[in-house]
Design a protein around this ligand. Structure first.
Ligand SMILES: O=P(O)(O)OC[C@H]1O[C@H](OP(=O)(O)OP(=O)(O)O)[C@H](O)[C@@H]1O
Ligand SMILES: O=c1cc[nH]c(=O)[nH]1
Ligand SMILES: [Mg+2]
Length: 221
C-alpha cells in the first residue's frame, strides 16, 4: 500500500503551494475513492477548485475605493490590477474553470485541447481558443492532473506564444516529475496544488492518484 500524499504544509518546494487544508484533503480523499461515482466526483472537483482558487488568488491586487455603507463613506478594498483569464486544459481542466469562474465572473475563459497519447505519454494538441487580450491578463491554467508534466508544459508554451506573461498553474494532484518538468521549461510559473503524490506508474498514471480524471468527470470509462 502506498502512503497517500504526505506533502509538507504550504510546501517547501519553491514556486509550489500545497493547499493542504483539511477540507481540501477530505474532499480529495473522496475523489480518490474508486467507489465515488461521476456526480459526486464532479461536485468534489468543483468544490476543491474553489478552495484552490482562494489560495491561488491570494495575491490579487486590491486598491481602495470610496464607497458609502448605510453608516458612512469610507475607502474599501476592491480588486484592481490586471484582469484575469482562466484557461482550461481540456477536457478535465474544464470542471475547474467552470467552478472558479463563479468567484471571478468577469474573468475571460480560454480553452486548450490536449490529450496524452497513451503510448508515448506525449501531449497531442487538438484545439486552442484564447482571449485576444491574453497578454494583458493574469492567467490561471487549470488541469486537475500534473503527471509527466507534458500537457502543462505544452499548454503554458501555447499561452506564452500567444503573449501571456503572468501564468499560474492550478492542479488538484501533482507528482514531483510533473513539477520538475514544468519548472524546467517554465521556471517562473507558480503551481498551486492540493497534494503531491508519490510518483507515476508504468502507464504514466499518478500513484496512488485518482485514476483518469477526464474519464471520471465525464463518465467515459
Ligand atoms: O502531465 P501529463 O503526463 O501530460 O498528464 C496529465 C494530463 O492527462 C490528463 O488529460 P488526458 O490526456 O487524459 O485528457 P482528458 O482530460 O481529455 O481526459 C490530465 O487532465 C492532464 O491534462
Ligand atoms: O493519473 C493520471 C495521469 C494523467 N492523467 C490523469 O487523468 N490521471
Ligand atoms: Mg483523461
Amino acid at each position: 500500500m502506498t502512503k497517500a500524499s504526505s506533502s509538507p504544509s504550504k510546501s517547501t518546494l519553491s514556486k509550489v503551494t500545497v493547499a493542504d487544508h483539511p477540507l481540501i484533503l477530505h474532499k480529495l480523499s473522496r475523489m480518490r475513492d474508486v467507489e465515488t461515482g461521476v456526480k459526486e466526483f464532479r461536485e468534489l472537483a468543483g468544490e476543491i477548485s474553489l478552495l484552490l482558487a482562494y489560495e491561488a488568488m491570494r495575491d490579487l491586487e486590491t486598491a481602495p475605493q470610496t464607497l458609502s455603507t448605510p453608516i458612512e463613506t469610507a475607502e474599501f478594498p476592491m480588486l484592481s490590477g490586471k484582469k484575469l483569464a482562466l484557461v482550461a486544459i481540456l477536457r478535465a481542466g474544464l470542471i475547474m474553470a467552470d467552478a472558479i469562474v463563479q468567484l471571478v465572473p468577469a474573468a475571460k475563459v480560454g480553452h486548450i485541447g490536449l490529450y496524452r497519447d497513451p503510448q508515448t505519454l506525449k501531449p497531442v494538441a487538438y484545439y486552442s481558443k484564447l482571449p485576444q487580450d491574453i497578454a494583458e491578463r493574469r492567467v490561471f491554467v487549470t488541469d486537475p492532473m500534473l503527471a509527466t508534466g507534458g500537457s502543462a508544459v505544452a499548454a503554458i508554451q501555447t499561452l506564452k506564444d500567444a503573449g501571456a506573461q503572468t501564468i499560474k498553474l492550478m492542479t488538484i494532484l501533482s507528482v514531483p516529475e510533473g513539477i520538475a518538468a514544468v519548472h524546467a521549461a517554465h521556471p517562473e510559473v507558480e503551481i498551486v496544488t492540493a497534494a503531491i503524490d508519490t510518483g507515476l506508474n508504468d502507464h504514466g498514471y499518478i500513484v496512488p492518484g485518482l485514476g483518469d480524471a477526464g474519464d471520471r468527470i465525464y463518465g467515459t470509462k
